[in-house]
Design a binder for this molecule. Structure first.
Ligand SMILES: C[S@@+](CC[C@H](N)C(=O)[O-])C[C@H]1O[C@@H](n2cnc3c(N)ncnc32)[C@H](O)[C@@H]1O
Length: 269
């Protein structure tokens, strides 16, 4: 399971930034299409933001788009190399700032000062301990009425299947056959945190003083297994918790939608 050391080592290596993260948008035909058709519709109710924080921006793939709807944005990443890449990419841009952190806190962000905390395609690799620390930080920095959109792992909902998949698809099974079996029949863990699920996030959010107002489970790089979750969180005082929280939405069509978006965006390009 990925931990802070794994995240530090993996994302400080140039080998994983051949196209500055654009390569991960290929499922949707590019970052513009990913933003326009996947991310923007999901965060539209949370924008525009006066002040935003992006956790783990990497080389700024989403920052490029998110910044257009924010007066100011602070990007905070574990890896100094990623922070340097963002500083260089957005050099001279007003209202943008990038900081290195310890992988679990939001240094220099004042209490109750932020309208939106955003993170996409990063916290999936972050374990429960670090993620719950971020949830406490989100509760600390959100201003009244503010919200967080966090993309995190849901592998914790499939622990037995993960163990079975490891047993049945590891060596001596040939790599390509193992990958096919994981993606199509068992589960493709894709370096997600195995101790995080939509339930643990709900629980840890509540302990931090936050409420998950919506959760969407998606089959990222899997045929059917819902390995990821998009959670929208608000401060408990802003939410009427007299009502039952909504059940998560199970979106097994997420990768099919990606293929449709890709076909449209490449067709129109
Ligand atoms: C797969 S990259 C994605 C970057 C960016 N969100 C994107 O979509 O292009 C993962 C990023 O998460 C950062 N990261 C991993 N664990 C972290 C943590 N615990 N706290 C802050 N950043 C972290 C890495 O340094 C890297 O920049």
């Amino acid at each position: 399971m990925p931990d802070l050391d794994w995240n530090q080592a993996t994302w400080s290596s140039d080998a994983n930034w051949r196209d500055h993260g654009e390569e991960w948008s290929a499922h949707w035909g590019g970052t513009e299409a990913l933003w326009r058709e996947v991310i923007a519709p999901r965060i539209a109710p949370l924008l525009p933001a006066r002040r935003a924080v992006e956790i783990a921006p990497g080389h700024g793939r989403c920052t490029e788009w998110l910044r257009r709807s924010c007066d100011s944005l602070v990007g905070i990443d574990l890896n100094p190399e990623c922070v340097a890449a963002c500083r260089s990419r957005f050099d001279g841009e007003q209202g943008l700032e990038f900081r290195v952190n310890d992988g679990r806190s939001l240094p220099g962000v004042e209490d109750a000062s932020v309208d939106l905390v955003f993170s996409f395609d990063s916290l999936v690799h972050v374990d429960r301990e670090a993620l719950s620390s971020y949830l406490r930080e989100v509760a600390r920095v959100l201003a009244p009425g503010g919200a967080a959109f966090l993309h995190h792992s849901n592998l914790g909902s499939h622990r037995r299947l993960c163990a079975l998949s490891r047993r049945l698809t590891g060596p001596p099974v040939p790599y390509r056959l193992g990958r096919w079996l994981r993606r199509n029949l068992l589960i493709n863990p894709a370096w997600r945190a195995e101790d995080v699920s939509w339930r643990t996030v709900r629980r840890d959010a509540a302990a931090a003083g936050l409420v998950c107002v919506s959760q969407e489970l998606v089959n990222w790089e899997n045929r059917a297994r819902l390995v990821d979750c998009f959670s929208v969180l608000r401060r408990a005082p802003d939410v009427d918790i007299g009502q039952a929280l909504p059940e998560p939405i199970a979106n097994r069509g997420f990768m099919r939608q990606a293929r449709q978006i890709r076909a449209r965006s490449l067709g129109s390009g």
